[in-house]
Design a protein around this ligand. Structure first.
Ligand code: ZN
Length: 358
């Protein structure tokens, strides 16, 4: 099976080893495919391990995702090859600054700044072909094809989606039915309150407000900064009081630092990957994607914060500052197509665009 891909925002798939030629790396693409397959398998209650725990092996048994993507003693069930039909280095601003300032602990004015890989570690742009070949007679490459189409519809391919990379378009729409059928052949009743899973994912697309016709390159990073700020304020003032009702001493500007790092990521100390990703703009700088996962259970929920409040804070911010194109979220009244749908089958059919509206 061949999938012709066009990048809408630059694609980042990994670093270059010394002395080697720069190219699109399979591993970066496989990583994002695997991440989304885990989300979907967990979403239908199937069996998907926590890859940071490495429990699956041929000896100890394999989850539904490791059966396909491989684990110790288990080969991947498909081969992914990349043919670079027309690929060039993307031009990106480096470093890039948000149009925002803040005051640091030493009372200095600072501008949030992001750094990117320097050439030859450059994100790629233009078109390439993904060739998917099944290595097992029982495995249909169309399942992976469907997954790539899903990623093209809602999210991003490759590494560092939190830096806005990897929004793609597929030349000829791929039938998602084989993916859907496979998912429901392995469906079960497992729940995953603290791992990325369809019920705790949100997927949004935003447009600039009418007065502001197109996005600038900085806007991804402005929004990144603004969302981070949402978790700087106390959610519930009552919880900032101690058991006797006296106000607790507040560290100035600190807010819920652990929560902020947990949601938006940090490079301080123990790195935490951002759970909320914001794409660069595409479609003539008219659209941007915002998506992420916010777990049901986490130690950082204090001061009245919980999943619902975190997601709603993000939603309210986007709805107020932008034109909200889509907001997809299972079992939520915020969902713009199928509100309050708790049935994974119905929600997934809509998300996979297997049935058109109404
Ligand atoms: Zn596994």
């Amino acid at each position: 099976m061949e999938v012709n891909v066009k990048t809408l925002t630059p694609l980042w798939t990994g670093g270059v080893e010394a002395g080697k030629c720069d190219r699109i790396h399979e591993t970066g693409i496989l990583g994002s495919l695997r991440w989304w397959m885990e989300v979907l398998v967990r979403g239908v209650g199937g069996n998907a391990c926590d890859p940071t725990e490495q429990k699956c092996s041929r000896k100890n048994g394999l989850c539904d995702v490791c059966k396909i993507f491989g684990a110790e003693g288990q080969k991947r069930r498909f081969r992914l090859e990349i043919e670079e039909t027309q690929v060039s280095n993307a031009t990106i601003k480096h470093p890039i600054q948000a149009n925002r300032t803040y005051t640091d602990k030493q009372s200095k004015q600072k501008t949030p700044t992001w750094y990117f890989p320097k050439p030859p570690n450059t994100p790629k742009t233009d078109t390439f072909t993904l060739k998917i070949q099944s290595l097992n007679p029982d495995f249909k490459p169309e399942i992976i094809g469907g997954l790539i189409q899903f990623i093209a519809d809602w999210s991003a391919l490759g590494a560092r989606p939190q830096m806005g990379f990897g929004v793609i378009e597929i030349e000829e729409r791929i039938d998602i039915q084989p993916l859907y059928d496979w998912l429901f052949s392995i469906a079960g009743s497992n729940i995953y309150p603290d791992l990325p899973s369809l019920p705790n994912i949100f997927l949004a697309q935003i447009q600039p407000k009418d007065s502001n016709p197109s996005f600038q390159e900085e806007d991804t990073f402005n929004l990144k900064y603004d969302l981070r700020q949402l978790f700087r304020t106390e959610q519930n003032p009552n919880k900032s009081r101690d058991e006797d009702g006296k106000p607790r001493p507040k560290k100035k500007g600190d807010g819920d630092k652990d929560l902020r790092h947990f949601i938006m990521g940090t490079v301080e100390g123990d790195r935490i990957a951002a759970k909320v990703k914001i794409s660069r703009s595409y479609e003539n700088d008219k659209l941007m994607r915002v998506w992420g996962w916010i777990p049901e259970e986490a130690d950082v929920y204090k001061n009245g914060w919980n999943r619902e409040k975190v997601v709603d804070a993000i939603y309210q911010h986007l709805a107020a500052k932008y034109t909200l194109h889509d907001w997809r979220e299972m079992n939520s009244m915020r969902d713009t197509k199928t509100p309050n749908i708790s049935d994974a089958k119905v929600f997934l059919r809509s998300l996979l665009k297997l049935q058109e509206d109404g």
